[in-house]
Write a protein that binds this ligand. Structure first.
Ligand SMILES: Cc1cc2nc3c(=O)[nH]c(=O)nc-3n(C[C@H](O)[C@H](O)[C@H](O)COP(=O)(O)OP(=O)(O)OC[C@H]3O[C@@H](n4cnc5c(N)ncnc54)[C@H](O)[C@@H]3O)c2cc1C
Ligand SMILES: *[C@@H]1O[C@H](CO)[C@@H](O)[C@H](O)[C@H]1NC(C)=O
Ligand SMILES: *[C@@H]1O[C@H](CO)[C@@H](O)[C@H](O)[C@H]1NC(C)=O
Ligand SMILES: *[C@@H]1O[C@H](CO)[C@@H](O)[C@H](O)[C@H]1NC(C)=O
Length: 550
């Protein structure tokens, strides 16, 4: 695949200017859960728990909070807490957090796939829900049937509600999001469904984890539901490996069982977190982190592990395979009118394989002095880059992950093979064509510049759509050339291949994976609602299993 433009369209603009940190004052009240969060250095070198959860992310936090109702829980997170960091806690900080980067500490760990597309993963309590764009929309009904998980749909709904009453808000649309909503309807993405958290074909306003003052809420906030006397959260705790032991007898056969994990604190000290009888280790380290940890623990394809000198505990050929990322394509413009800052709030759910979304990022005028746009601009106080993008459903193109190092802190090598499946390219052609329809709508008139000859044109940042949008070949080339990520990568520990329908690692006792790595497709328009629900749902399920089996 051709080398692609860097992070188009969200980030292309920002490589040209210097970023000034957001000034929005973050309210300083500390959330209650901070009372049980401690630096990993303060933990004993060995301790026992009922549940050890690896990864304080989007699924890990609701899971830990739920299990703590009646069991002793340890949640291990490699990053820090998001509170107090304005880049994480405000909408305006979104791009700053993604560009602020250092190898082992920044809350967004960047990585570039072998496809050449820059990407990011959360490294902070709250996980990727603490660095994401905040859009919240439940899974489509097809997802439940296709996911391979044996859902009880009433408990699914109750789990969503549990999340939503704590961290989901109805956003207020400003000019760009309103115009996109109207443009989608003019372009035939109907009916209009108003504000809804459900997945409904047509155009709707979805939920947001940013509240009306622009403050972020994330999975970390769900720790407020935890029972403080039963939960401990260690930050700056890098889990290096799951500890396994053989159990059984000559007659019954031997089985491997997870008995704990080894983690390392910031000053290099080792700690053993062991599980008591009937306890479990749960990996919630995300689509990159969970397969990586299984491989480092000797659970994976035998020849591959041997090539790294990792002792093989259990041969499981599909660990790290079936990794997916949904391509994002679209356009960005600099409009003649000032725009408000917005992350995703409106979505167009088409019937032809693509979802359309939008964002607008305010850039202070002063920081544009050095940019290429200054001469051309009509000098508003703020300049904005407005983005219209599409994400395809699925995808069907399959990627994979492999280790770059046996050091868990080093990102694995990932490859997503965008558009290697022709159906994915067709969906992208459909989606980008729909973007063309929206751009031609009346609602977009105000965002075009008046030309000397009297016509009105958009001023693009980065590539425009091909002029002949009826040409499938040209549109397909545009998709390949401008491919970027919407950060919805998933898979790597697929249901049916690595874990069973109860998310237990196949062939190993007392070990589950509960996060986006088990998904075969990205749920709904954007996945975080479903991942948050999954954490709560499996917490409830594990509590019930414990009481049933004594
Ligand atoms: C920039 C960006 C924007 C996005 N925008 C949206 C959006 O607007 N709406 C939406 O629905 N979705 C969005 N997403 C996607 C969504 O946020 C993710 O799909 C979801 O958060 C993944 O959840 P998870 O629980 O699988 O993993 P994560 O939330 O990433 O959690 C994994 C956690 O495990 C920790 N961890 C990993 N390895 C270890 C280890 N060895 N030891 C200790 N801890 C470890 C990590 O630090 C992290 O906290 C976005 C994602 C990104 C990155
Ligand atoms: C965690 O504790 C260690 C040892 O006391 C210290 O060096 C480190 O700075 C602490 N980290 C944070 C972020 O507080
Ligand atoms: C779950 O909620 C959705 C609306 O979000 C509804 O359509 C569905 O019928 C509910 N399912 C159950 C089993 O209650
Ligand atoms: C693309 O759109 C066309 C026309 O709406 C539709 O027939 C086709 O099924 C769509 N392709 C995919 C892969 O959804």
């Amino acid at each position: 695949m051709a080398k692609t433009s860097i992070c188009f369209p969200f980030l292309v603009f920002f490589t040209l200017i210097s970023l000034t940190p957001p000034t929005t004052a973050e309210s300083q009240q500390s959330p209650t859960y901070l009372g049980f969060v401690r630096n990993a250095t303060e933990f004993p070198s060995e301790d026992y728990y009922d549940y050890v959860i690896v990864g304080g992310g989007t699924a890990g936090c609701p899971l830990a909070a739920t299990l703590s109702q009646s069991h002793r829980v340890l949640l291990l997170e490699r990053g820090s807490v998001p509170h107090g960091n304005p880049n994480l806690m405000t909408q305006e900080g979104f791009l700053h957090a993604l560009t602020e980067n250092d190898d082992f500490h920044s809350p967004a760990q960047s990585f570039t796939s072998e496809d050449g597309v820059p990407n990011a993963r959360g490294r902070v309590l709250g996980g990727s829900s603490a660095i994401n764009a905040g859009f919240y929309s439940r899974a489509d009904q097809n997802f439940y049937a296709r996911s391979g998980i044996n859902w009880d749909l009433r408990i699914v709904n109750r789990s969503y509600e549990w999340v939503e009453k704590a961290i989901v808000f109805r956003p207020e649309l400003k000019n760009w999001q309103s115009a996109v909503r109207d443009g989608l309807l003019e372009a035939g993405v109907d009916p209009y469904n108003g504000y809804s958290l459900d997945h409904l074909e047509g155009t709707k306003i979805g939920g947001s984890t940013f509240d009306l003052s622009g403050r972020r809420h994330s999975a970390a906030d769900l720790l407020s539901y935890a029972k403080a006397s039963n939960i401990q959260v260690a930050v700056y705790a890098n889990v290096e490996r799951v500890l396994l032991a053989s159990a059984g007898s000559y007659y019954s056969g031997w089985r491997q069982s997870a008995i704990g994990v080894v983690y390392r604190d910031e000053i290099g000290g080792y700690h053993h977190a062991m599980v008591r009888e009937k306890g479990e280790v749960v990996l919630s380290a995300g689509a990159i982190g969970s397969p990586q940890l299984l491989l480092l623990s000797g659970i994976g394809p035998r020849p591959y592990l041997s090539s790294w000198g990792i002792p093989v505990a259990h041969h499981l050929p599909n660990v790290g395979q079936f990794l997916y990322d949904n391509p994002r394509n679209g356009i960005s413009i600099v409009p003649p009118v000032p725009l408000d800052h917005s992350l995703i709030q409106v979505v167009g759910i088409t019937g032809s394989g693509a979802y359309l979304e939008a964002a607008s990022n305010v850039v202070p005028f002063a920081s544009l002095q050095r940019s290429v746009f200054i001469r051309a601009s009509a000098s508003p106080v703020y300049l904005t880059v407005a983005t219209l993008m599409e994400k395809i459903i699925g995808p069907q193109s399959v990627g994979s992950l492999r280790l770059a190092s046996t050091d868990v802190r080093v990102n694995p090598i990932v490859r997503f093979n965008y558009f290697s499946n022709p159906g994915d390219l067709e969906r992208c052609v459909n989606g980008t064509r729909k973007i063309g329809d929206v751009l031609r709508s009346r609602s977009m008139e105000d965002f075009r510049f008046r030309q000397w000859y009297g016509g009105r044109d958009f001023r693009y940042v980065g590539p425009a759509l091909p002029i002949d949008q009826s040409n499938d070949v040209l549109m397909g080339e545009f998709c390949r050339r401008t491919v970027s990520t919407i950060w919805h990568y998933h898979g790597g520990c697929l249901v049916g291949r690595v874990v069973d329908r109860n998310l237990r690692v196949m062939g190993i006792d007392s070990l589950r994976v509960v996060d986006g790595s088990v998904f075969t497709i990205s749920p709904g328009t954007n996945p975080q609602a479903t991942v948050l629900m999954l954490g709560r749902y499996f917490g409830m399920k594990m509590l019930r299993e414990r009481t049933k089996h004594g």
